[in-house]
Ligand binder design. Sequence first.
Ligand code: ACO
Length: 434
Amino acid sequence: MDSKLTKKPSATLTINNKQLELPVYAGSVGPDVVDIRKLYSDGKVFTYDPGFTSTGSCESQITYIDGDEGVLLYRGYPIDQLAEHSTFLEVCYLLANGELPNPEELKRFVKDITYHTMLHAQFDRFFEGFRRDAHPMAIMVGTVGALSAFYHDSTDIDDPVQRTVASHRLIAKMPTIAARAFKYHAGQPFVSPRNELDYPSNFLRMCFAVPAEDYKVNPLLARALDVFMILHADHEQNASTSTVRLAGSSGANPFACIASGIACLWGPAHGGANEAALKMLEQIGAVDNIPDFIRRVKDPKSDVRLMGFGHRVYKNYDPRAKAMQKLCHQVLKEVGATDNPMLKVAVELEKIALNDEYFVSRKLYPNIDFYSGITLRAMGFPTSMFTVLFAVARTVGWIAQWTEMMEDSSQKIGRPRQVYTGAPKRDYLALDKR
Ligand code: ACO
């Protein structure tokens, strides 16, 4: 990747009676960055930024977020336009290659992905090792990591062609693995991919067909899943993507790197929030119980949070949440569940929170997870599959970011420093002297 940073007048830092000139760069849009790479060698200090709230870890040309304005762009294209007009595989091509494909390029890409949907026959044995009640995300972490055992020697990460093949394999095989995790959990036999179906229809069929009865794909639900995946495809340097980059920075196998991203995504502060948001709506149960719940959220002594609200970057309405809310209403109408009590609770909760001083002053708006759980439940997925679906969609973002890192000559192994506040050097005391 060629750097597109533009040099700006440098910044001066005065520290320990010394003046340091720090280069400043501008990207194409967004805030400038202060280059502190020489801070330790020239000034003998580190920066301290737990949670990386003010730290840029890389140059990237994939996704742009303006959290204050509620803007999300994939390669420059607004998320709402892509959700309205594009397909998930077209978005995969865009994220991976930088431009929208022409018809011929798209046809070839879809063929390449479709070609890789099957899993090695021996791969299925991995599932047998898990308890039937294993969480599907636990199965995902294990089995996607296991892909590295199948494609380790054949994946030369320094060869761009092999990197592309690894990307295609991941995008193609994730739905097959995710559907198997679901089937294993449900105690049903695995359903093989059918390559004449499009990507979301194939996934729905692998999840819901049974030997006794095939599954007739509802095109509206297939389109809803496609849009869900577009909305979740990438989100610049979030926790799981940074995990993938950090794992990849050591030169690790890409399949193992993606498994590390899945592990990070699982947590309730990240991808697990859609599961947590739905559980919260179920616990609240009825509109009448909302005031009491809000009281508990606002109580400084309680650690109850309004799940599906708030975001590290968005201090405005999450643009994905708007599209997700629209999708939610469409799906509930299609399956005849418009009087779903959880939807009623969600709509009322959102209304109250958007007008409540506590949430307004902290700029806490609904994020994508607030409505995604209700939508996926209406489509027939159990709660435990929500984060798995997120992982299937985010795989393209992870692998596009990993590839960009591999092509960036300025990247080094990721290795943050620390401020040590533990015991200074002391001598070992023999056991009988303690
Ligand atoms: N409900 C209630 N209060 C909240 C919430 C929430 N969901 N989120 C933040 N706050 C409050 C905090 O208590 C804090 O208040 P204080 O200043 O009085 O102490 C203030 O808002 C700032 O909160 P932080 O935790 O510092 O914000 P941060 O940027 O670190 O957290 C996060 C972002 C983790 C997403 C947080 O908003 C949260 O936990 N939300 C709920 C979980 C969730 O929906 N996660 C999904 C994120 S989107 C995604 O991964 C796809």
